[in-house]
Design a protein around this ligand. Structure first.
Ligand code: NAD
Length: 544
């Protein structure tokens, strides 16, 4: 029987069923050892072909579903685990557990909730490598990059520890003996729906803030790499989080729709692609929920002729090809301004030196794409550039990766494009850098501002005036000046704009706190003259 994965992705017919689902023996010794460690040491996930569990009401439970989604190692197509399409009964159970837990958790003291965050922080640090191993196996990124995935999530945990300062309300005496004060209270049961490209970071964008503010949470990881989320759930348990405060349910569209429709769920945090995000935003808000949705991107880096050439090119390549371009903040377009256009041969030469291989290999710069379907899609977008008259000075299609003949690899690719081409307008989400020429900074600004997306952009220049003008006039939410991937640290909020975001309040930082809380305002009157123990007044009553 075809699994959901094969049905959805239309797995490449060129892969035989043998190569599609090889036994774990197809992993090399390092990967096999890591897979065995995961299966042996963690309760909810498995990397040697067993089943991934749901985490409901503090228990890791095997689903009774008949529909299972295969997770395969993208470097070898080895079956790692099977993910359940959670049944509606199990989903109801998770919402009931979260609703029940909310009653006590929302009343738990702020110091207790803060202590949970401290403990989670310690445990994530302790298990940093274990989490990274799961990410390399299921997602395919390099080990160093997978550690970065965990670290960027850990930083949100660390910032959440400041809750005792950040959750403080306001108070003002608005009239004689009359005070108005605010408190920031949790919403109730919230949900977090994650994409495949950051299996640890994205769940950690939501878990610490939702929980430390007193909410309970249903996490729906990507069905393509749920291992890190399951390990984080177990770390929450070890950190002493009461049963039902964090729950994890798996699945694809049916689970997502159940989240959008369930009346007990008050808010949804979504990170992923445009199609799913628009659907979830519309369905969730129609059902009266608060929704924040981070969507796709096309991020431009402007290379000015006065830029530090070495810094600019190295930054560009790291941001374009790191994680095989599967980052929402990847630089996918380089805008070469004026004489910087002559740098293209250097960009091509340095790109071609990058090493594409399995994520555990020494010296790997980036790994495979998440699926054969993603590979086929990226290759067809590369082809569309040629079909539309663009040039391909570096073509990573057909790359042969030693030891990994079945991996979903595409090598570093550079396309010379114009803004009317499909390869420019679509988010490619692969190791493909589009290069576009502009005569002036103003032309570069026009190009970027006309693009529908607004996640991130960068400029490389040594002129403060140029940088300042760019920063003021570019309509993109996150800007780097000589910084290639300007993802704000979590004391600031995520601020992608235009078609890269739907909703009103962004992720983490002050925004995240606002998203997961609602204000309660109280106005009270306690007259001083009514205080017990007042002395009797002996003055002549004036009746005023
Ligand atoms: P995706 O949209 O395919 O999946 C994201 C989540 O939505 C998954 O949990 C999936 O199960 C669910 N889903 C998928 N299709 C659905 C549908 N039709 N209806 C309901 N739910 C559905 O995204 P992905 O491929 O996992 O992730 C890559 C995308 O995420 C890219 O577009 C990338 O730019 C974006 N992304 C954005 C940010 C950001 O902060 N802006 C961060 C990371 C990733």
């Amino acid at each position: 029987m075809q699994t959901l994965t094969t049905l959805r992705s239309g797995l490449l017919p060129t892969l035989s069923s043998h190569s599609r689902y090889m036994a774990t023996a197809a992993l090399n010794a390092v990967a096999r050892a890591r897979a065995e460690e995961i299966s042996n040491n963690w309760k909810g996930t498995n990397a040697t072909g067993g089943k991934t569990k749901n985490f409901i009401g503090g228990k890791f439970l095997e689903s009774s579903t008949t529909e299972w989604i295969d997770v395969v190692d993208p470097s070898t197509q080895t079956l790692l685990t099977k993910v359940p399409q959670t049944t509606s009964q199990e989903f109801e159970q998770a919402v009931a557990a979260a609703s029940e837990a909310f009653k006590a958790w929302s009343r738990t003291s702020i110091l207790t909730r803060q202590r949970f965050v401290f403990e989670l922080q310690r445990l994530i640090r302790e298990n940093h490598d274990a989490l990274a191993n799961s990410i390399v196996l299921e997602q395919g990124k390099t080990f160093a990059d997978a550690r970065g995935d965990v670290l960027r999530g850990l930083q949100v945990v660390e910032t959440a520890a400041g809750i005792t300062s950040t959750l403080i309300g306001e108070k003002l005496e608005v009239s004689k003996d009359m005070d108005t004060y605010t408190r920031r209270l949790p919403l109730g049961v919230c949900a977090s729906i994650a994409p495949f490209n950051f299996p640890a970071m994205i769940p950690l964008w939501t878990i610490p803030l939702a929980v430390v503010t007193g909410n309970t949470l249903i996490v729906k990881p990507s069905e393509r790499d749920p291992g890190a989320a399951m390990m984080i759930a177990e770390l929450c348990e070890r950190a002493g989080l009461p049963a039902g405060v964090v729950n994890v349910v798996h699945g694809s569209v049916p689970t997502v729709n159940a989240i959008c429709d369930h009346p007990a769920i008050k808010a949804i945090s979504f990170v992923g692609g445009d199609r799913a995000g628009k659907h979830i935003y519309e369905r969730g808000t129609k059902n009266g929920k608060r929704v924040q949705a981070n969507l796709g991107a096309k991020n431009h880096a402007v290379i000015m002729p006065d830029a530090n050439k070495n810094l600019a090119i190295n930054s560009l390549l790291g941001a374009a090809f790191g994680a095989a371009g599967q980052r929402c903040m990847a630089i996918s377009v380089a805008v070469l301004v004026g004489t910087a256009q002559s740098w293209l041969p250097d960009i091509v030469e340095r790109s071609s030196a990058l090493k594409t291989t399995g994520g555990f290999e020494q010296g790997a710069d980036f790994g495979p794409l998440i699926s054969p379907h993603a590979k086929a899609r990226v290759e067809s977008l590369i082809q569309s550039c040629a079909d539309e008259g663009g040039k391909i000075p570096l073509d990573g299609r057909g790359i042969k990766v030693e030891k990994y003949p079945h991996g979903n690899f595409v090598g570093p690719t550079i396309l010379e494009v114009t803004t009317d081409m499909k390869s420019y307008n679509e988010e490619i989400f692969g190791p493909v850098l589009c290069v576009i020429n502009a005569d002036t900074l103003d032309d570069a600004l026009d190009i970027i501002n006309a693009n529908k997306y607004g996640n991130g952009t960068a400029i490389f220049t040594q002129s403060g005036a140029t940088a300042r003008k760019f920063e003021n006039q570019v309509n993109v939410g996150q800007i780097g000046i000589n910084v290639p991937i300007p993802v704000p640290l979590p004391m600031f909020g995520w601020s992608g704009n235009k078609a890269s975001f739907m909703g009103d309040v962004g992720f983490y930082g002050k925004n995240g706190l606002n998203f997961y809380t609602q204000y309660k305002t109280t106005t009270s009157l306690w007259k001083a003259e009514d205080a017990i123990g007042n002395k009797a007044s002996v003055d002549m009553p004036t009746m005023k």
